[in-house]
Design a protein around this ligand. Structure first.
Ligand SMILES: [Zn+2]
Length: 501
């Protein structure tokens, strides 16, 4: 077994999934294609090896002239189940050993929720180990989503310290490009290093994403880096700062210490409350310029949701079966673990965050309505948020922000594929694309809760039942029984618990 620089355990060789098949037919499917088009069906999807080669629908503009023959084909009769593109998580981390007992746990939670591609922002287990996992996933040697790797420009991803000069930054970017990385993740660094690194990344065809560290936002806000050509703004940091007109800095209490996460997260909400109002000139100018520059927003609403209701995230229904004891321990309030800040969270903190969410969500919804690119990311593995579950909650929060369910699906599929630069092959259910698909019995547009891995509670004639959960996930034409993957995860969690007793 291969360990990352942190000791994280690589996934074992794949034992689950069947196919890809020379000819696989999904019969009688309802299709949500990911482009924003309304659902349609029943239709048949013809998949040859790893690719969708045709779609047949009795009354529509079929790409096939007749219903595909089932002779010699593997056939799945879906009987009206919904088929949509596999979800693409635009902000994900495999997790260090203190967050996840092993990579297999994380990958199976993702695949078990229909997540077929993730943008790994950080490579915190070391670039070489992470690239090797990406290669094994691409070759289908392991059961995992495809991994697009954006190492963080800081110590830990490569040997050696964080670059501090423009030349060091350029050399660092060239090094990760040579090793096959797909992009670079920034946390906000000095304008000199950051600017040089974005330029170097663009020259090498690497994409860029930034979590604008608030300590640097006075020098580099979301617009500063967008003007350099940054591809995506992660979370929300740097946006309120770009809209300041009656101040130049966040007004923090004079006893504020940025290294105190409880204080930092408590004051975070106030950034939104201190910035320009919705519809003001500053608000509109910022949206217009980001649109003009083509910058994407990857908001990750779900990861901060505990800030507006701490009890809810601590007691989420899925923790008992799906949250590894290792991860649970990582979530507990502590001064030295990132995101474990709710040790003395107050009513007023939650209220401030509720107001901040309204403003933040309206900014993202306004950007979408202008034509701006918004993607769906989870950032799971922190603040009581569990892999897979986090992205489904993100869908619900995009809905809350004002997106139509079809816009939500597009955000988590085709839009994310556009951001990653893989939309020519992925992100929609169309002939010619790779067969990365999510299959679920109930209509997710009517209720995204049917996608949660622990199921959805529904009162039916037979009584109170748990329905839903993704039924099948296809990745590169390989058919995974999503329930089986989730059962594997439950077994891992149970085993880890019994080993502790
Ligand atoms: Zn993150």
């Amino acid at each position: 077994m291969t360990l990352g620089s942190t000791g994280q355990i690589a996934a074992p060789d794949r034992t689950s999934g069947s196919g890809p098949y020379p000819r696989l037919i999904l019969r009688n499917a309802m299709i949500i294609d990911g482009t924003g088009a309304a659902a349609y069906g029943p239709a048949d999807i013809l998949i040859e090896d790893d690719r969708i080669t045709g779609i047949w629908e009795p009354n529509g503009a079929s790409s096939l002239t007749e219903r595909p023959s089932t002779d010699g084909a593997e056939v799945m009769d879906l009987d009206g189940s919904y088929v949509m593109p596999g979800l693409i998580d635009s902000h994900a981390h495999i997790g260090k050993p203190e967050q996840a007992p092993n990579a297999d746990y994380v990958y199976k939670l993702w695949l078990g929720h229909g997540v077929t591609t993730i943008r790994e922002l950080g490579a915190f287990n070391g670039l070489d180990w992470t690239m090797d996992e990406a290669r094994r996933a691409e070759a289908n040697e392991i059961a995992a989503p495809r991994l697009r790797i954006y190492p963080a420009l800081r110590a830990g991803t490569l040997d050696g310290p964080t670059p501090v000069t423009a030349d060091e930054a350029t050399a660092w970017v060239n090094e990760v490009a040579d090793r096959g990385a797909n992009g670079v993740k920034f946390f906000g660094t000095s304008p000199t290093v950051f600017g040089a690194a974005v330029e170097a990344a663009r020259a090498r065809g690497l994409r860029t994403a930034c979590h604008h560290d608030q300590r640097r936002a006075a020098q580099v806000n979301a617009l500063t880096s967008a003007r350099w050509g940054l591809n995506s703004i992660e979370h929300w940091y740097g946006i309120p700062e770009a809209m300041f007109r009656d101040r130049t800095l966040q007004h923090v209490p004079t006893d504020y210490n940025h290294n105190s996460e409880p204080q930092r997260f408590s004051q975070g909400a106030h950034l939104w409350l201190q910035t320009a109002e919705r519809g003001s000139d500053a608000w509109q100018e910022t949206l217009d310029e980001l649109l003009e520059l083509g910058t994407a927003l990857s908001p990750t609403f779900n990861i901060y949701i505990g800030s507006r209701d701490a009890a809810r995230v601590r007691t989420s229904e899925w923790h008992s079966e799906f949250t590894s004891p290792t991860l649970w321990e990582f979530f507990q309030p502590s001064a030295d673990k990132h995101g474990s800040y709710m040790g003395d969270w107050t009513s007023e903190d939650e209220i401030a965050w509720r107001h901040a969410y309204v403003k933040w969500m309206s900014f993202v919804n306004d950007y979408k309505n202008l034509g701006g690119l918004v993607t769906a990311g989870s950032d799971s593995g922190f603040i009581y948020k569990v892999f897979g579950f986090g992205l489904i909650e993100e869908l619900e929060l995009l809905l809350e922000a004002g997106f139509h369910p079809l816009e939500v699906v597009r955000t988590a599929t085709l839009n994310s594929a556009v951001l990653l630069g893989i939309d020519d092959e992925l992100g929609s259910v169309e002939p010619g694309k790779i067969a990365d698909l999510l299959i679920v019995k109930d209509n997710p547009l009517s209720n995204f809760k049917v996608l949660y891995g622990h199921g959805h509670l529904r009162a039916e004639e037979s009584g109170l039942n748990r329905v839903g959960g993704v039924d099948f996930t296809l990745r590169s034409g390989i058919v995974y029984d999503a329930r089986e993957l989730r059962n594997d995860v439950k077994a891992m969690v149970a085993e880890e618990k019994s080993a502790q007793n």
